[in-house]
Design a protein. Structure first.
Length: 225
């Protein structure tokens, strides 16, 4: 009798799952949260938490830094996460996506996934400041890195789990570092962030940088880890 009850319960469970909509099924396995709806700057603010300046717009399904408008930020903080986004720049442009952006010993700073036209910007001469780098701290693996030409979309991914961080570009892992390692400590000491020993190790906002140049971002989504 017990065996027959168990079989019946399993059958009912299967029927319940089978009757769920595709959307309900996806919700149980897909934890991604869009940070950009493709139509507006909802969910983003300036550094003071207020409305974004006119230098930023949404055009053709992308966030476009077209003119001076200041950096823009998510409203929420993130620490352990996987983040995906697409980006492109104009010729000679410099921008970036920063994460874990918060106060470190009186400095409002964050780790930066560098967004750059390597071939036509002066930063391209410094490996630690090229596209995909953890800006000014860790250089990307140039052998693995395949950067698209100016005007074409690049696909990037950041994985941050406790002290371990990865940067990906166009399907290839180009950087991996442990912020609790001697490698990180040595690299940080040589960088412009040397005065912030806990740099990159706090929860903070996601930021799109206004560095004075044109840049586009789209398909930005995040998943907590």
């Amino acid at each position: 009798m017990m065996k027959r009850k168990t079989i019946l319960a399993l059958s009912l469970l299967c029927l319940t799952w089978g009757g769920a909509s595709a959307q309900e099924k996806a919700a149980t396995v897909d934890e991604w949260k869009p940070l950009f709806d493709g139509k507006s700057l909802a969910g983003w603010t300036n550094g003071a938490g207020k409305e974004i300046g006119v230098g930023w717009e949404v055009a053709d399904g992308a966030i476009h830094r077209k003119d001076k408008g200041g950096d823009i930020f998510t409203k929420d903080d993130y620490y352990n996460f996987e983040l995906e986004f697409e980006w492109k720049v104009a010729k000679g442009s410099n921008s970036g996506l920063k994460y874990r952006f918060t106060d470190y010993h009186g400095q409002n700073i964050g780790c930066e996934y560098q967004v750059l036209d390597d071939a036509n910007h002066s930063n391209g001469a410094n490996p630690k400041q090229t596209a995909g780098s953890l800006y000014d701290v860790i250089a990307p693996n140039q052998d693995a890195k395949k950067l698209k030409p100016v005007g074409e979309w690049n696909t990037s991914r950041i994985v941050a789990k406790e002290g371990k961080v990865q940067h990906w570009l166009n399907g290839k892992k180009i950087l991996e570092v442990d912020m609790e390692s001697e490698e990180w400590a040595a690299a940080l000491e040589k960088s412009k962030f040397r005065g912030a020993p806990t740099f990159g190790q706090k929860s903070g906002r996601i930021m799109l940088q206004d560095h004075g140049d044109e840049a586009w971002f789209r398909n930005i989504r995040i998943k907590s880890l």
